[in-house]
Ligand binder design. Structure first.
Ligand code: B4P
Length: 217
């Protein structure tokens, strides 16, 4: 049976499905874990494999600092002490980055959200795009290993927040009090999967990919 094609319906349907301004079926992923757990390391590999847009608030803040923008100068004072940058600053950065990528197939959030307020803001921003977080992959690494990795990274990174162990310890404390509740927020929606992040980089990556592939189908 041939159904008549309604031209108005066809135009609207084509607009909704094909316009780069409307994002449908985006795949959005949060890579979660304490400082030094390997979020940045794994993000680079995941972006290459899945073609997601990588949004790292740490990288965005470091870029602002390099450019010596007022935002970068303000943020650096917090980063140097191992503290979190205020929510409104990072939420604003993420909101702009989402708007700058209207045709994205999906986003990989690395180091964001780091507070429950940031998570709630992200959920709302994605809802406006008729999307949501599909999966939160949580890298489990014990604290001694984290400090060891960050001290090692500090030998070559030149990052002020890698400079000494007392800042590393402070960052782990801030993580436990302010960031860990973000996992509980997404656990309510059964979106969190724990990954053993103590293994080598390639083994961790394989486990992450298994869970992403399962979700993508
Ligand atoms: P980030 O830039 O997000 O960095 P990170 O948490 O320190 O590290 P990551 O987990 O990415 O570890 P990496 O892969 O490098 O944050 C920096 C600062 O910016 C924050 O402290 C905060 O002040 C501010 N900030 C950022 N986002 C914010 C937000 N949303 N709200 C407020 N403030 C915010 O791995 C670490 C090291 O381990 C590397 O040397 C790596 O080579 C090594 N490594 C990785 N995987 C390994 C493995 N499997 N085995 C052995 N070594 C491994």
């Amino acid at each position: 049976m041939n159904l008549p094609v309604n031209p108005v319906f066809f135009t609207v349907y084509t607009y909704i499905c094909c316009s780069p301004r409307v994002i449908i079926n985006m795949f959005n992923l949060i890579l979660f874990g304490p400082p030094g757990s390997g979020k940045g390391t794994q993000s680079a590999k995941l972006v290459e494999k899945y073609g997601l847009i990588h949004l790292s608030t740490g990288d965005l803040l470091r870029k602002e600092r390099q450019l010596k923008t007022p935002l970068g100068i303000e943020a650096q004072q917090f980063i140097d002490k191992g503290q979190l940058v205020p929510d409104e600053v990072v939420i604003g950065m993420i909101s702009s980055a989402l708007d700058e990528n209207p045709a994205a197939r999906g986003f990989l959030f690395d180091g964001f959200p780091r507070t429950v307020a940031q998570a709630e803001a992200l959920d709302k921003l994605l809802e406006l795009k008729k999307s949501s977080i599909a999966l939160v992959l949580f890298l489990d690494v014990n604290e001694d290993e984290l400090i060891q990795r960050l001290v090692n990274r500090g030998k070559t990174s030149g990052r002020s927040d890698d400079a000494d162990e007392s800042i590393q310890r402070k960052r782990q404390e801030v993580y436990k009090h302010e960031t860990l509740p973000v996992a509980a927020h997404y656990e309510k929606f059964k979106k969190v999967v724990h990954i053993d992040g103590m293994r080598g980089i390639d083994d961790v990556f394989s486990s992450l990919a298994v869970h992403i592939d399962k979700k993508i189908g």
